[in-house]
Ligand binder design. Structure first.
Ligand code: NCD
Ligand code: ZN
Ligand code: ZN
Length: 344
């Protein structure tokens, strides 16, 4: 059978992205244009912790010329009021709340110090069916950095879900165990990023130290990457696209203590398509990109159709932000698939 040259699908959604704010938001917003909906992560400085802040952020995203529909998320802290979270969900301000364990990742300083601190919020969320997005890593310095996700799922999330029937997304899943966890727990799902489908942890040390391959959770072993590829391409509706596009200026990545995050908005759809083609699963790409996530969030999949065309292209290596630049995932490399311009 010859390889298809063109693939039509419903417009994809991105269920995990960092759009940032200010000049960075203005610079990156146009690069998310392939997506119909983008779940905008709330780890701004300061974080989006109230409904009023979320509405203000949504306006700034729109003002930045976003062609996608931004969906907002509440950043949980030890002081979050369950009534505020529920009210913001009921009136459509936000579609989920995000649990950042304090100090686990970028801008998580105001995050949650222990599950006990947010138990009343989580119980309320379970009652009203509001999804919880989780950055699932422990911060215990005695736990190896490559084990932090596994340990979180095992010691923190599993016992919690046993008692509180939350709808829960394991964000940016990176391990075989995370895939197994989702399969074993009702009401759970996982987002999977393009870079965790592409790289194993060798990418961090490929001929030298590679700060642009550094993100959190850090990439894991080859067996983990293969398990993620199998899950993403399986057709299982509990796995869907969340790019975790996380722009940082080049000079903030290439320094003594470089920031965690991979900016993939311009190349994510192409990278996902290439992975699905390599796995012989192009027929399942639409589910992963455009259907499963919407269903999890109780929304209708997009009625808009887009076309992917099989045509080599080379994305630019960087995107400018004022006088600085952000490095693009797979920028400068040859990719096989691209979104065709409207109507083509
Ligand atoms: C994200 C960021 O830069 O905001 N970084 C990352 O490495 N993934 C934060 C996050 O998603 O944990
Ligand atoms: Zn995270
Ligand atoms: Zn993220």
């Amino acid at each position: 059978m010859s390889a298809p040259e063109r693939l039509e699908l419903r417009r994809p959604d991105d269920w995990h992205a960092h759009l940032r704010d200010g000049p960075m938001l203005a610079a990156v917003a146009p690069h998310h244009a392939g997506f119909g909906r983008v779940l905008a992560m709330p780890n701004l400085v300061p974080p989006v912790t109230t409904a009023a802040e979320a509405r203000g952020y949504r306006e700034r995203i729109r003002a930045a010329g976003a062609t996608f529909v931004p969906q907002l998320v509440c950043y949980l802290t030890d002081r979050t009021d369950p009534d505020d979270v529920a009210a913001g969900y009921a009136d459509g301000t936000w579609v989920a709340a995000k649990w950042y364990p304090a100090k686990a990742t970028t801008n998580s300083e105001h995050g949650v110090t222990s599950v006990e601190a947010i138990r009343p919020v989580l119980e309320r969320m379970a009652e009203i069916g509001m999804p919880l997005c989780v950055h699932g890593e422990v911060t215990d310095p005695t736990v190896d950095v490559f084990d932090r996700e596994r340990v979180f799922l095992d010691r923190v999330l599993a016992p919690l879900l046993h008692r509180v029937p939350l709808r829960c997304v394991v964000e940016h899943a990176t391990t075989r165990e995370a895939v197994g966890f989702v399969r074993a727990h009702e009401r759970t799902a996982a987002t999977i990023t393009p870079h965790h489908l592409w790289w194993n942890r060798n990418a961090l040390f490929d001929g030298g130290l590679r700060p642009h391959a550094y993100c959190l959770p850090v990439a894991k072993r080859e067996e983990d990457r293969l398990a993620l590829r199998a899950a993403a391409t399986s057709g299982d509706p509990r796995f869907f696209a969340g790019t975790d596009s996380a722009p940082h200026r080049v000079h903030d990545k290439e320094k003594d203590c470089g920031c965690a995050g991979v900016f993939n908005a311009p190349t994510a759809i192409a990278a996902y398509a290439q992975v699905f083609e390599d796995e012989g699963a192009l027929d399942r790409l639409e589910g992963f990109l455009s259907v499963h996530g919407a269903r999890f969030y109780g929304q209708a999949p997009s009625e808009e159709r887009v076309a992917l065309v099989r045509q080599d292209w080379t994305p630019s290596a960087t995107v400018p932000v004022g006088d600085a630049a952000v490095r693009v995932f797979l920028g400068g490399e040859r990719l096989r698939w691209n979104l065709s311009p409207a109507g083509a």
